[in-house]
Design a protein around this ligand. Structure first.
Ligand code: MN
Length: 251
């Protein structure tokens, strides 16, 4: 099995080393193509206004001077022109990707890019709380959650979002397959300041956003100490609205 690893925290991120460790329990043919710099919050952006460069860092190890989407896109075109990877893993992100936060996520978007290319893809994220920035849960549970998924037939334009709770591996309670939750839309803090030239600037903070822990969601599962596994789809169509919308335009 050929596995491509990527992320949005950049090629030097500790979470990528964790993902490499997990991936090597599944295969010897592990490739890395990740952004040269951190790209958290990049979403699914594709760099169009400047060129990107592909740098070789060693055997099957590359970085791209662009976004997570650029990294997957370029890897599939340039590195795997002959034989595509069988699986793309993105992460392990430093911080959770739960609820509707996934729409900002470069980690999930890299997996989306692979899914669009018809390759099974899984995004992995490690929640942090008072445990500092420990990837212990991801290290301890990575293989256990991926092994049953890797040989699964995934539907077209779908991907899987995995989040590890902020607990030591031996305190994690298990794995739950759950739906995507939703945050109450009240973003974290906004830091305001003045730059050296006296112009105001604004900086989005990352404080915990208050949210409702609806039953059966990824947010609830991770808060309860479980690894969450959520299947996602790229068909954004709100099927229930097709009929009512069509009536609006009926002659
Ligand atoms: Mn990130």
């Amino acid at each position: 099995m050929r596995i491509l690893l990527t992320n949005d925290d950049g090629i030097h991120a500790p979470g990528l080393k964790v993902l490499e460790e997990i991936a090597r329990t599944l295969s010897d043919d592990v490739w890395v193509c990740a952004p040269a710099e951190e790209q958290s919050g990049a979403g699914h952006s594709l760099t169009l206004h400047m060129p990107v460069r592909l740098r070789e860092h060693g055997d099957r190890r590359f970085s791209v001077t662009g976004t997570p989407t650029d990294s997957v896109n370029l890897a599939l075109r340039k590195l795997f022109a002959e034989r595509k990877p069988d699986l793309v893993l993105s992460g392990v992100n430093a911080g959770e990707n739960l609820g509707d936060d996934i729409t900002y996520s470069g980690t999930i978007s890299a997996a989306m890019e692979a899914a669009l290319a018809g390759i099974p893809a899984i995004g992995l994220s490690q929640a942090f709380r008072d445990n500092g920035r420990s990837f212990d849960a991801a290290l301890g549970w990575g293989n256990r959650v991926l092994a049953p998924l890797v040989n699964m037939q995934m539907a077209k334009r779908t991907l899987i979002n995995v989040n590890f709770p902020a607990l030591p591996a031996d305190k994690v309670r298990g794995i739950r397959v759950v739906r995507q939750g939703f945050h109450d839309y009240a973003r974290g803090s906004l830091v305001e300041g003045e730059d050296p030239r006296g112009r105001p600037y604004y900086w989005f903070g990352l404080d915990d956003v208050e949210h409702t822990l609806d039953h059966g969601t990824d947010l609830e599962a991770v808060a309860d100490g479980y690894v969450s596994v959520t299947p996602l789809q790229l068909d954004f169509t709100h099927h229930a609205a097709i009929g009512t919308l069509a009536e609006r335009f009926a002659p």
